[in-house]
Design a protein around this ligand. Structure first.
Ligand SMILES: C[S@@+](CC[C@H](N)C(=O)[O-])C[C@H]1O[C@@H](n2cnc3c(N)ncnc32)[C@H](O)[C@@H]1O
Length: 271
């Protein structure tokens, strides 16, 4: 038995020749993609934990969690539509949610029976595809992005995936200018993946937009491992940390940090 961690940890599996397993390779590739991106930060190659045994001994066990995280990501391989949109997003620097985070978005949208979802940061449409798949069959995604070219590619991705045009509304503009025009309490779920420095202001807007009992989800809640590292104090990291503190201190909000992809902070508003 281990204490001081809620994670199930295992040694990273190795192949017979000692090379990393496919799972670990996937994880490492994900990290490399983050590094190459516009959102890049000093991601660690693996997340590891030093665990103490119940008898207090420290002799153990530095066990990598990379394989477990990669296992969770690999559980939800994505189809060609999402993969194509991902390739466009990566090329443009509109870094898409990971397949695991996408699966979590589908799950959350389905769990609140979402008919109306608002999204900040359309990108090339990867998160939108996952959200639309989890929503009610007649649900509508309203997505905001100030890059028209990103939204053109997202529209293409949705159409290629067979999503009817009346199911998505893409609004080109700056999030903090567009959001005030959206209807109060008109959304079951708000997904936030825009400018990290504006996350606090997006929370203010999302709290107004979401219905009682609805959910707000923020991508990049771990921000390439920087949020957990107190030495990191850049504006994006500080803004995400402030957001986490704020939602945890607010009695009307229930929150959960899901360590898939670059971290999803899910916030449920009291019903
Ligand atoms: C990380 S990408 C979104 C990726 C997308 N959610 C996906 O999974 O494919 C961030 C997007 O937010 C947009 N963006 C950044 N700041 C914004 C702002 N202040 N207003 C509107 N869009 C913004 C960028 O143009 C970019 O397309």
């Amino acid at each position: 038995m281990f204490r001081s961690s809620g994670l199930i940890l295992r040694r990273a599996p190795e192949t017979a020749d000692g090379s990393p397993s496919r799972l670990v390779t996937f994880f490492t590739n994900s990290v490399s993609r983050c590094r190459a991106s516009r959102e890049s930060g000093p991601a660690s190659q693996s997340r590891s934990a030093r665990l103490r045994h119940d008898n207090g001994s420290d002799e153990e066990s530095i066990i990598t969690t990379a394989a477990s995280l990669a296992f969770a990501e690999d559980l939800h391989p994505e189809d060609d539509h999402a993969a194509n949109a991902r390739a466009h997003g990566e090329r443009l620097g509109a870094v898409p949610v990971s397949p695991g985070a996408g699966a979590a978005l589908s799950f959350l949208a389905a769990s609140v029976s979402a008919k109306a979802v608002a999204e900040i940061g359309t990108g090339a449409g990867v998160s939108g595809l996952y959200l639309l798949r989890g929503m009610a069959p007649d649900g509508v995604l309203t997505s905001v992005d100030f890059e028209a070219e990103h939204q053109r590619l997202a529209r293409e991705a949705f159409s290629a995936a067979g999503i009817a045009p009346q199911r998505f509304r893409l609004i080109t503009g700056s999030a903090l200018e567009v959001l005030p025009r959206l209807i109060d309490h008109g959304y079951d779920l708000v997904f936030v993946d825009g400018d990290k420095v504006e996350y606090g202001e997006y929370l203010d807007e999302a709290l107004r937009l979401v219905r009682p009992g609805g959910v707000i989800v923020f991508d990049n809640a771990l921000w390439h491992d920087r949020v957990a590292d107190p030495a990191q104090r850049d504006p994006q990291t500080a803004a995400i940390r402030d957001l986490i503190t704020r939602v945890r201190n607010e009695e009307t909000l229930r929150s959960l940090l899901i360590p898939l992809g670059d971290g999803l902070l899910a916030v449920q508003v009291a019903g």
